[in-house]
Every structure is written in C-alpha cells, then in structure tokens.
Write a protein that binds this ligand. Structure first.
Ligand code: FEO
Length: 396
C-alpha cells in the first residue's frame, strides 16, 4: 500500500496531485527544491477533475482520487493547460475514469489534439463561460500566453476557489500543502524564480490579467495553482508580487555574469563588480561555471543592469555564457542597461558578439571592454570604472 491520500482544501475540493521530490531540471530551469503537479478533485454533484499530472505520477494521482471517491463517479475532466506536466496523464485518466465530458479552452482543444493526435471528444469552453456542476459551478477565464496560448483558469464559484494553473505557481516539493505552513522567505524566493523563468516574457499580460480579475470583481478565497502550495491566506501577497515583477521597475542592482578560461575575464568581472558596489549598487556576481542559467534569470528579475563577460574561444563566446545569454534573451527582461567585457588572445570576437547580443535584446550598452590576454592595472581600472558608471546610471 502506498498510502497516498487526497487533501481537502475547501468544502468541495480535494488536492489529488503528486509530489516530485527528485526533479532537478524542468526544461532548462533548475528545480533545486523539486516540485508538485497539482490536480484537484471537485466533489460536487458532478464530480470533476481539474488538470492531471506528469505521466510518471499517474498512479499517485489515481491513488489520491480513490482515497475519497470511487473513480467511476468522475464525470468531468477540465484541462486548464495542455503542457505535459498537467495533461500528460490525461489520456490515461480518460481511459481509467471514462468521464462523460472533457473541457478545455478553444486553443486547448487544438493543443491537446496536436499533443495526442486523438479523436477524444474535448469540448471547448468560452472565455467567461460556465459549467453547471449541480450544487456549484465552474466559470472559465482564458489567460492566453500565461504562459501558453491555451492557458485558462477556472473558478469554482460556490467555494470561491480559483484553479490558476501555472499562474502563481512555484517549483517547491513539500508535505505542507498550504503556503501558510511554509517559510515566507522560501515562498518569495521560489515564486520569484518561477516568475523570472516562466512568466517574465508575458509580463504585460500579467498586468492585463490582474486588471481583468479586478474588473470582474473576483476575490478568491483559495488559489489552487498547479505547482507548489495552495494559498488560503495572504492571497493579496501573490497579486502584489506579480504586480511588482510585471511592472519591471528595477532599482539599483547590477548582475555580473561571466565565465573565464585563465582568470582574465574573471578579473575584469571582479573589478567591475567592485566598482559598481563602491558606487552604491547592490551587486550579484554569477560565475557561469558554477551558477545555473535559471538562477541568473532570477537575479535579473529586480536588476537594472546586466554586465556580461566572456573570453573568446575559437572566435566565439564561451559556451556557458552563450547558454545563459540565449536563455536570458528569450525571457525579454525590460528596463535593463548593459555592459560587455572579456579577455581574448588574438581575434577578440567575444565582446563584439556580446555587444551585438545586447543590442538584439534591446539592452542599451553603456560600455564594452575587450582586453588582450591578461588585464593590466589600467585595464582592471577601466573595468572598475564601467561598474561605477553602471551604478551611477541606475541612480539616475
Ligand atoms: Fe506547469 Fe506550463 O506547465
């Protein structure tokens, strides 16, 4: 017996998800605290499952469902989002539960078809549409591009539970199912990491989503997201965080990313960082041989400047720097200023390539410093000055 049990989160809703203690890579995002795939069972007159779990955890979800209801009683499945951490078990769930209906957004209907190449009768629901569950009802709101085209959220009106899918989620495995049972510092760190790595490119849509929630007068008592804890207290904190991060109004923080071959680019990085610190900036230095790209992204969430350094290797940017910068470019951080630096032997391409990359990212470059072989005291002083300049520019 595995002992998996459902957990009640509101009068009619049970958490029936799965805890993935071991995952450390989530499509390129380092999940050092693991994660959860949250599925929810609504024990209304029409028993309804909201979302499923990653395929490897199907058995765990089924065991939790069975702990509170005969699975044959499940009449409806709602798929808020087709990404496989939530829909991966959907085909198996349909086979096992034989629901009368499966619902998704219009884009979700198409996305599920393109994932599973099936003829399953998935019915599309409209933005603002509702579904009568007998003694309660679900109302659906599209949340397109938060963070996929098909994404939607569902509100169980009577219990006032918002199934927010990826929005407000975080990668955090725990036995504590509610946010108020966990450390506030850990919650903010993991929510910020999730926002930085998943939501950042869609920040303008976050502001629209928050406005829509306000305009509709929604004031959920419970936020049942699809990763990490369920929120039943301090829900305003989530909206405050999202509002703050979406607005991208960074204060005086400089992030220095670099890698090095023989210590020269590292010396430039350290001199630049010292300069920025001496001029009053908060500074984070992430050597990319020992820092993960997703931690670099998290540090950029509240940063105003990105200084990036790379040696030239075979006429190119060093691979770890190219990796991190490709990832960060995709996240489209707004309101950054930048600088590039690096050591080279003879061709000196890396700094030119970094400058071009910053331009593509629409990050105005304040300075570029290429140093042949090992920095002299003068060159180290130039790097220091670049750091001072970035800090001063951030102060306005
Ligand atoms: Fe948690 Fe977009 O899937």
């Amino acid at each position: 017996m595995d002992g998996f049990k459902a957990l009640k989160i509101s009068p009619k809703v049970y958490w029936v998800g799965a805890v993935d203690w071991g995952v450390r890579d989530f499509h390129g995002y380092s999940t050092s605290r693991g994660t959860t795939y949250n599925a929810y069972l609504i024990l209304a007159d029409k028993v309804t499952l909201v979302d499923t779990v990653k395929p490897a955890f199907f058995g765990e979800m089924m065991a939790r469902i069975k702990s509170v209801v005969d699975p044959s009683k499940v009449e409806i499945i709602v798929s808020n989002h087709s990404e496989l951490d939530h829909s991966g078990s959907l085909p198996a769930a349909i086979s096992a539960l034989k629901p009368e209906k499966v619902y998704a957004s219009k884009m979700g209907q198409l996305a599920l078809k393109n994932h599973f190449h099936w003829n399953a009768p998935v019915e599309a629901v409209a933005d603002g549409g509702s579904l009568d569950l007998g003694n309660d009802k679900l109302v659906f709101y599209e949340s397109r591009m938060l963070h996929w085209p098909d994404s939607m959220v569902s509100l169980l009106a009577g219990d006032n539970v918002l199934f927010s899918n990826d929005i407000f989620g975080m990668h955090l495995a725990s036995y504590e199912r509610f946010a108020d049972e966990l450390s506030p510092e850990v919650l903010e760190q993991e929510a910020a990491k999730y926002y930085a790595n998943i939501i950042t490119p869609y920040s303008h849509l976050v502001l629209q989503f928050l406005s829509k929630v306000k305009a509709l007068g929604l004031n959920p008592a419970v936020i049942a997201c699809d990763h990490g804890p369920v929120w039943r207290k301090d829900i305003g904190r989530l909206a405050d965080w999202y509002g703050k991060w979406a607005k991208r109004d960074p204060q005086g923080k400089v992030v220095v990313l670099y890698d090095t071959m023989w210590g020269s680019t590292e010396r430039l990085a350290n001199s630049l960082a010292e300069g920025a610190h001496s001029a009053g900036a908060r500074v984070k230095v992430l050597p990319l041989h020992s820092s993960h790209r997703s931690d670099a992204a998290t540090e950029l969430l509240d940063a105003g400047a990105l200084a990036v350094g790379s040696p030239t290797l075979n006429q190119n940017i060093f691979p770890t720097v190219a990796d991190a910068m490709t990832y960060i470019k995709g996240l489209k951080f707004k309101n950054l200023i930048g600088a590039s630096f690096g050591s080279y032997g003879w061709s000196g391409d890396s700094v030119k390539q970094l400058s071009a990359l910053l331009k593509e990212m629409q990050v105005p470059e304040t300075a570029a410093l290429a140093c042949q072989y090992v920095p002299s005291e003068d060159v180290a002083a130039q790097a220091f000055s670049i750091g001072v300049g970035l800090a001063q520019k951030l102060k306005g």
